[in-house]
Design a protein around this ligand. Sequence first.
Ligand code: HEM
Length: 164
Amino acid sequence: MEKGFLGYDSSLMLDVVVCALVLVVPVLVYSISLAKFSKKFGLHKAIQLGLGVALLLTVALFEIDIRMHGGWQNIVNKDPASPRVSPEQLQLISQSLTVHLVFAISTPVLWIWTTVEALRRFPDPTAPSAYSRRHKTLAWLTTVDLVLTSATGLLFYYLAFIAA
Ligand code: HEM
């Protein structure tokens, strides 16, 4: 079975997802700084839409990959005859995945909600409006959720492929 490109006994798509999880945070910080400090609202909008599409694509490819492997446990332990990870380690990895899933499932919901509402309520060309306060609350919530998705996803990868 194929491995990832980061040098661990992972899978190609899992490594792509890990890179996406790392890259998405600085891009998001940059995009927020464009709105907050540079007042480049049009560029902020474009980057947020691009990030949304990129994230959805990554999640879709990741889901296909996991299904093709018959579940994440078959990626962690590729050879059932000689498992790389002990049952105790597998339990800890599974717990980290459960925590990750809480954020990974709520983030797309918040992301789509934030985006759809912003597209509907901000004027075109994009500029601050009466909707700004609501957008900031929703958008910061989405941002925190995404950062936690990223952090817990990286923790899962660390426990499953680097530490184990
Ligand atoms: C998930 C998608 C998005 C996230 C996470 C996000 C994030 C943010 C954050 C955190 C701020 C507040 C910065 C501050 O504290 O001053 C902000 C401001 C802003 N965003 Fe977004 N944004 C998203 C999508 C969009 C979209 C699609 C539009 C346009 C249609 C947009 C337009 C704006 C505008 C105009 C502001 C400035 C509001 C003001 O200062 O009055 N955002 N965004």
